[in-house]
Design a protein around this ligand. Structure first.
Ligand code: HEM
Length: 521
């Protein structure tokens, strides 16, 4: 302590700066040596540079081009070091489907989320962003009934009505012959269904009735996704943007502006729900919107604060529309790139639904083997989620073969790599719905490795809404229309080149464009 004033008295500013830099370098060196020698993960295989400093991951994610960011580097690490790798100073990544159920275990095994990955959506108090196992369990328990199969079936009319609007959109394209980037209307329908089901009348975005807004929404979602590598490093970016004046955000980025304005609107919806909640009666009180479900629950008062409820709804909103849109886009693209699969699906649907304008009963659709197989194979090959999903066991040594992973270590696996693993799915790049037919000898093993919605207590809460929407959408589109791909280049428009939580195609993509050439009436 006496040393510092004496040093200040005798030293010039450049000398002090030089001493500061030397101390920082020395600190970095000592830390790197500790991480490589005495750290509890030091004996795990993996590259030394990445183990020594987090700046390696930062550098790859922020400065390296598509195809070279950290997610792609992890695959290369496994090729070199085997199925268990220390990918940075504090995290282990495993590439072996047999470990999946140990890591993503049921709720009796305590697994916390890991903050840097939990906070990529900018919603630390929504269920996706909640770190603590026990708090997550309570928050999720409060809303899980709202997303149960029974609840989705209760709202099936809403889903049907929105998908009819989607069909109207494609009917107009038969008439005007215009090609269309199919992800825009598919994102619009996914978002509209979500809003109508989850936010109620006040939250409807009605993207299917406003094409310009639908295009802007898609650009905003892509803009948000492209921020992911930055937000992963600087988790305060989105929470800060939400608190800033909208005009300022718009001046900086109109796509971010739309996202922030949706967030602010969700806050207003949450406040309105609080104001009206006591006057509601019966089922309205629990099902009018997810806000009312939360207000009617036994969560603590702090969880019923409008800002927390807005985070919850934003977290679910951003997890819903684009995941479905991409899975459906994958289905339409793959079916048309593999005409024999399209013919087989059309034949099955024509037999099951003789009148294309007739009823599309969900239970009957779920019983169709080839439709089901096409949906599963589309979810597999879309391999949507390219970001690893770390969880932390606070007290337990998780075991992988001879390795005992110390408690409190973030351990992750990557869904997209598991879905494209040639050991699990031979010829993984081939679209083969037959993998999912029950008479296929590999069916049981394939189902064990089918994890597009994750497993365990952190799995997808929207799984029932997603299946319902995907069955009805694909059945209606394939039964009612003939599409033709329009200048789709797989390497440019389909393959993943960026890890933005979801995998993104090349920057020069023109999207999966189709022409709608015929409607069956
Ligand atoms: C094909 C469509 C979908 C796929 C493939 C999918 C996949 C996933 C996956 C893999 C996760 C776990 C992510 C992680 O922990 O890193 C997840 C979580 C989640 N999904 Fe989905 N999802 C889909 C549709 C939906 C829909 C329609 C909704 C909304 C109703 C939704 C809401 C959520 C939420 C809120 C979480 C966080 C759950 C939690 O942490 O407890 N998803 N989803």
């Amino acid at each position: 302590m006496v040393f510092l004033p004496a040093l200040l008295a005798v030293s010039s500013l450049p000398t002090l700066l030089a001493i500061g830099v030397c101390l920082l370098v020395a600190h970095g060196l000592v830390l790197a040596i500790y991480r490589l020698t005495l750290h509890p993960l030091a004996r795990f295989p993996g590259p030394k540079l990445s183990a020594a400093t987090g700046w390696y991951e930062f550098y790859l994610d922020i400065f390296r081009g598509p195809g070279q960011t950290f997610a792609f580097e992890i695959d290369r690490m496994h090729e070199r070091y085997g199925p268990i790798v220390r990918i940075n100073s504090h995290e282990i990544h495993v590439s072996d489907p047999n470990f999946f159920d140990t890591l993503y275990a049921g709720s009796s095994a305590v697994r916390n989320k890991y903050a840097p990955s939990a906070h990529v959506q900018g919603t630390p108090e929504g269920i996706f962003g909640t770190i603590d196992h026990g708090i997550h369990k309570k928050r999720r328990g409060a809303i899980s009934q709202y997303f149960s199969k029974q609840s989705v079936l209760q709202d099936q009319k809403i889903v049907d009505a929105k998908i009819e609007l989607l069909c109207d959109f494609f009917r107009e394209r038969v008439e005007d012959g215009r090609e269309v980037n199919i992800r825009v209307p598919l994102l619009a329908v996914g978002t509209d269904v979500f809003c109508a089901h989850t936010l109620g009348k006040r939250g409807e975005m009605d993207l299917l009735r406003d094409w310009d807004k639908a295009v802007k929404w898609r650009e905003s979602i892509i803009g948000l996704l492209h921020w992911t590598p930055i937000v992963r490093q600087f988790s305060w970016v989105i929470p800060l943007a939400i608190e800033l004046p909208l005009g300022l955000i718009n001046a900086f980025s109109s796509e971010m502006g739309l996202v922030v304005s949706i967030f602010k609107s969700l806050r207003e919806q949450a406040q309105a729900a609080i104001a009206e909640h006591d006057q509601l009666k019966g089922e309205q009180k629990t099902r009018d919107s997810v806000f009312h479900t939360i207000l009617a629950s036994n969560l603590p008062a702090s969880d019923k604060d409008y800002k927390r409820m807005a985070q919850e709804s934003f977290s679910i909103l951003s997890a819903s529309g684009d995941t479905i849109a991409r899975s459906m886009t994958a289905a339409i693209y793959r079916l048309h790139a593999n005409p024999s699969t399209l013919q087989r699906l059309k034949a099955e649907l024509m037999q099951a639904i003789p009148n294309p304008r007739g009823d599309y009963d969900l239970a009957e659709l779920e019983a169709l083997p080839y439709l089901t197989a096409v949906l599963k194979e589309s979810l597999r090959i879309a391999a949507l989620i390219t970001t690893r999903a770390p969880l932390v066991a606070p007290k337990e040594h998780m075991r992988y073969k001879d390795w005992a992973i110390p408690p409190n270590t973030p351990v992750s696996m990557t869904l997209s790599s598991l879905m494209m693993d040639p050991q699990s799915f031979p010829e993984p790049a081939q679209f083969q719905p037959e993998r999912w037919l029950e008479n296929n000898p590999a069916y049981k093993k394939n189902m064990e490795r089918f994890v597009p919605f994750h497993r365990g207590h952190r799995n997808c809460i929207g799984i029932n809404l997603a299946w319902c929407q995907m069955y009805i959408t694909l059945a209606k589109l394939v039964r009612r229309f003939d599409f033709e791909l329009f200048d789709v280049v797989k390497e440019r428009d389909i393959d993943h080149h960026r890890d933005c939580f979801l995998g993104e195609p090349r920057d020069d993509t023109k999207g999966v464009r189709v022409k709608v050439i015929k409607e069956y009436t």
